[in-house]
Write a protein that binds this ligand. Structure first.
Ligand code: ATP
Length: 347
């Protein structure tokens, strides 16, 4: 079970955000230590508190570290609503062209929902659409946001979805759009999808209008396999798909570019529960496991995933967002014990 202890230590950049960020980060640190993961985190504080201290939301050294390691694990960061800051998440995705946002939503037998057989992977385009940040004040009473869709960026996200489907034995890719209304922008996205689909005759390619998709996801999520969509629809629909499997506390994500990758939970910093020791760290732990897969430490990721699965299935130490009553630290302690048990069994 445990990989060789003499594996070279890999350095991964770690951004420590705010809200529940520090609590769920502590969980990752404890679990990694128990699993003897050969990773050293290069840790930086980021966000509003850092801005108030140093005048920068992300310190230059933090950017430099990510540019060197090429791999980032990022805990949630609060984005103040309205004027002021641009979302740090959006900043990172655009600055490093982390264009493919990969978000798997798979039912867990330990979490009872009306949708026990959900297994949907969404590919969300991460760098354009209304998130391109092109906004204009026409007058005090009129604001414009420009939606940007380009052929090249549509093509690479559609190709990522089809490549994933082919490599992972998935059967269908569905393009989600609103091309009936936004005939030019969404029309281009859909057209490019159909062009790319021709290169993957082994995969079923279909498409659905985003509002119909929202309805069909809650009527019967088993109809869906892989989704590919633009930035805003992807943001909204993946909160929906996380709801199908039990909530945002259970959904990891990867933001992948050409040679850099950032891993984070889908949820935000949850200020309403910050500091209460009740946050569910599972989404962040699974994101950390995806990071370990990415850097070739799959055996450690599998060990941690097995421990999570065992503890969740036992149902004694789960957090309250999924129906349990354990605190974040009690759940983490249970994971640490389970990892030690699994390592001892494999020895
Ligand atoms: P953002 O705009 O960054 O997505 P948000 O406030 O809209 O932030 P979240 O921070 O994801 O959204 O929180 C949405 C709801 O889910 C909140 O009620 C929050 O308490 C809950 N939540 C989010 N993450 C977790 C978690 N890890 N464990 C338990 N509850 C969570």
């Amino acid at each position: 079970m445990r990989a060789t202890d003499n594996k070279a230590i890999k350095t991964v950049t770690f951004f420590m955000g705010d809200g529940i960020g520090p609590e769920i980060s502590d969980s990752v640190f404890a679990v990694f230590q128990a699993a003897h993961v050969p990773v050293r985190f290069d840790i930086y504080n980021v966000g509003e508190a850092e801005y108030n201290r140093n005048g920068k939301l992300i310190p230059d050294e933090a950017f430099a570290s990510f540019e060197k390691t090429k791999v980032l694990l990022k805990s949630p960061i609060t984005t103040p609503v309205g004027k002021g800051f641009r979302s740090l998440n959006v900043t990172m995705r655009k600055k490093y062209d982390l264009y493919a946002n990969f978000r798997p939503a798979k039912s867990n037998p330990a979490v009872v929902t009306p949708f026990p057989n959900t297994d949907i992977v969404t590919f969300r385009e991460n760098t354009e659409d209304l998130y391109a940040g092109i906004e204009e004040q026409i007058s005090d009473d009129e604001m414009h946001s420009i939606k940007v869709i380009t052929r090249s960026k549509s093509e690479r996200i559609c190709r990522s979805a089809f490549e994933f489907a082919r490599n992972c034995g998935r059967k269908k890719v569905t393009c989600i759009h609103k091309a009936n209304i936004m005939k030019l922008s969404d029309g281009l996205f859909l057209h490019v999808f159909e062009e790319v689909a021709k290169d993957y005759p082994d995969i079923i390619a279909d498409n659905m209008i985003v509002d119909a998709c929202a309805m069909n996801l809650v009527l019967d999520p088993t109809k869906f396999d892989v989704l590919v969509t633009e930035n805003l629809y992807g943001d909204i629909l993946t909160d929906l798909t996380s709801g199908l499997i039990g909530g945002v506390g259970l959904m990891p994500s990867a933001n992948v570019g050409t040679d850099m990758a950032m891993f984070e939970a889908v949820h935000g910093s949850a200020p309403d529960i910050a500091g209460k020791n009740i946050a569910n760290p599972t989404a962040f732990l699974w994101s950390a496991c995806m990071m370990l897969d990415h850097i070739g430490l799959n055996d450690y990721a599998d060990l941690i995933r097995s421990a999570i699965s065992n503890v969740m299935n036992a149902g004694v130490h789960t957090t309250r967002d999924i129906g349990g009553n354990a605190s974040t630290t009690e759940y983490t302690d249970a994971l640490v014990s389970e990892i030690k048990k699994l390592i001892a069994m494999a020895a």
